[in-house]
Design a protein around this ligand. Structure first.
Ligand SMILES: [Zn+2]
Ligand SMILES: [Zn+2]
Length: 159
């Protein structure tokens, strides 16, 4: 027979289990919030979504969970012109299109027919892990809008 743990031990164990359960639930909700979301949201946008399901979750916890999902290769993070991390449930190699009018970021699956020659980088001592293409222009919605109405003033590009 197993020794019966003291009451204190039991409660610590229960608390620890509950904490772990909560942590798992939080991680799952953060992961779920990103699934099917191809807008490449920022952490605070994901937080707003998760917060509806788990009202007690903090932004810091959302950040921590996003970080461990990135570490585990479950999601990807990307830094575009704004230098604030966006999160991406699409983990395969892909590129992005940024609309200069509305700021929408779309996934691009370009056929990489011609490879960019990066051998000069290696010669200069760089170690290349990956590279991707960011295409700028106007998304379909903005392009269609421009065709049907008078031209809008383009949004100022942040430098
Ligand atoms: Zn647009
Ligand atoms: Zn993407």
């Amino acid at each position: 027979m197993k020794p019966i743990p003291s009451g204190r031990l039991v409660s610590t164990h229960v608390v620890r289990l509950a904490t772990r359960k909560r942590a798992t639930r939080q991680l799952v909700q953060v992961f779920k919030a990103l699934q099917g979301d191809h807008t490449h949201p920022f952490a605070h946008e994901i937080y707003r979504k998760v917060h509806k399901k788990l009202p007690r979750i903090s932004l810091a916890t959302v950040y921590r969970n996003l970080h461990s999902l990135v570490e585990g290769g479950k999601i990807r993070t990307l830094l575009l012109g704004d230098q604030v991390a966006r999160y991406d449930p699409e983990t395969s190699e892909h590129d992005h299109f940024i609309c200069e009018r509305c700021g929408r970021v779309s996934d691009l699956f370009l056929r990489r027919a011609r490879r960019i020659d990066l051998t000069s980088l290696a010669r200069d001592g760089y170690v290349v892990t990956t590279h991707n293409v960011t295409v700028y222009g106007m998304c379909r919605v903005c392009a269609a809008r421009r065709r049907t109405s008078r031209p809008l003033r383009p949004v100022a590009r942040k430098s």
